[in-house]
Design a binder for this molecule. Structure first.
Ligand code: ATP
Length: 363
């Protein structure tokens, strides 16, 4: 247990600063007495426009040295580098690769009080994790794609035994910590791939099958990614932990977020052996930036995940308690119908954050 924890904060672009600032207030309310010390660093597309640099070395170094990294969101459409891709995503991607944040844990849970688009179907209880491999797959080609004579563009999909094994192990370990799938209470890991078409995914599946043998207490199953999009809508309560390649995980977790009410509700934790980066699943939402109406729940629940992760690493009960209080405050607020406009509410980001702060202070 440490006296205090250094948190590197990178607000980023669009709604990033709006949701990040309110989350810092909530964290201070849950953990008074400077248990967390926040240091803010620049990165993202706005910073690139001002300085020509999207991720300063000092920001990277500070993130590496911090106990945890808290990030809003980065990226502005149209702010691109010479290869035509957005510079704003440099922050997240360089940290993922540089700090080896191989496991991207994206919990999907339908809260009481949220009217999700699947109402009336068998989706009363949706509660599973999309575990996205975060260090290789198709995104390993970031910055290394090639364009031949303006005629042929190539990005390479990379899957290694080391990378697959550790993410699949993480999936089974996570499943052991859950109560199983809502439909039947069975602890289950679903391997989502495209093994029927591409060799790299057939390899992913073969390694999955090998690792699954070490976890006879957990059900293991396969599903092809295109069918998975249907199953996530038709029978979401069948799932417990879904493990998948980097880009599939990126896409599937947005769909999963839609089934629980929208992107604004979905948290995310990106962890490796040493470092952890916590940011919501969504991007910078430029269409609503500056209006003060961004939904802060995804960011707030990501901050709670940060506290859980730090608590586990350092055996600190104070952090565990604060994480529970924040999650409880969110659950209560949603049950009471406290929402921003994306979920049919009228609250501003800061008003909703204040409700959460008041609840935490009253606990
Ligand atoms: P990225 O690829 O960087 O994840 P994206 O292209 O998926 O970003 P987002 O920025 O996540 O796009 O936004 C997608 C849609 O979801 C937008 O219409 C946006 O307004 C909405 N959205 C995302 N986050 C929130 C939020 N916190 N509150 C309200 N609406 C949101």
């Amino acid at each position: 247990m440490k006296d205090h924890y250094d948190i590197a904060v990178v607000h980023g672009d669009g709604i990033g600063p709006e949701i990040c600032l309110t989350t810092l207030d909530l964290l201070n309310a849950a953990l008074p007495g400077a248990v967390l010390t926040f240091s803010e660093y620049p990165a993202g597309a706005e910073h690139f426009l001002k300085t020509g640099e999207s991720l300063p070395q000092a920001t990277y170094d500070a993130c590496k040295a911090a106990d945890a990294i808290l990030h809003g969101a980065a990226g502005i459409p149209g702010v691109v580098g010479p290869d035509g891709t957005e510079v704003g995503v440099d922050f997240t991607l360089k940290l993922r690769f540089g700090l080896d944040l191989y496991a991207n844990i994206r919990p999907i849970r339908l809260f009481d009080g949220v009217t999700g688009p699947l109402r009336g179907k068998q989706a009363e209880k949706i509660d599973y994790i999309v575990l996205r491999e975060n260090s290789e797959g198709l995104y390993a080609a970031r910055g290394a794609g090639s364009l031949l004579r303006s005629e042929v563009a190539v990005d390479t999909l990379v899957q290694t035994r080391h990378g697959i094994e550790r993410i699949v192990r993480k999936a089974f370990e996570l499943a052991r910590l859950t109560d199983g799938a809502p439909s039947d209470g069975i602890r289950r890991v679903t391997c989502c791939d495209k093994a029927n078409v591409l060799r790299s995914y057939a390899f992913f599946r073969a390694v999955f099958d090998e690792v699954a043998k070490d976890y006879p207490d957990i059900e293991a199953e396969h599903v092809i990614v295109d069918a998975m999009t249907m199953h996530m809508v038709m029978r979401p309560n069948h799932y417990n932990v879904v493990v998948t390649e980097n880009m599939f995980g990126d896409i599937l977790s947005d769909l999963a977020a839609a089934t629980i009410g929208g992107l604004g509700l979905a948290p995310s934790a990106e962890v490796g052996a040493q470092n952890g980066l916590f940011q919501p699943s969504h991007g910078s939402a430029p269409d609503i930036a500056g209006q003060g109406i961004a939904n802060p729940y995804g960011m707030v629940l990501s901050a709670a995940a940060m506290l859980d992760w730090l608590a586990q690493r350092h055996g600190d009960a104070r952090l565990l308690r604060a994480a529970d209080q924040i999650k409880q405050a969110c659950t209560q607020a949603m049950q009471e119908g406290c929402f921003t406009p994306d979920l049919g509410g009228r609250l501003k980001t800061t008003e909703l954050a204040q409700i959460l702060i008041d609840k935490v202070k009253a606990m």
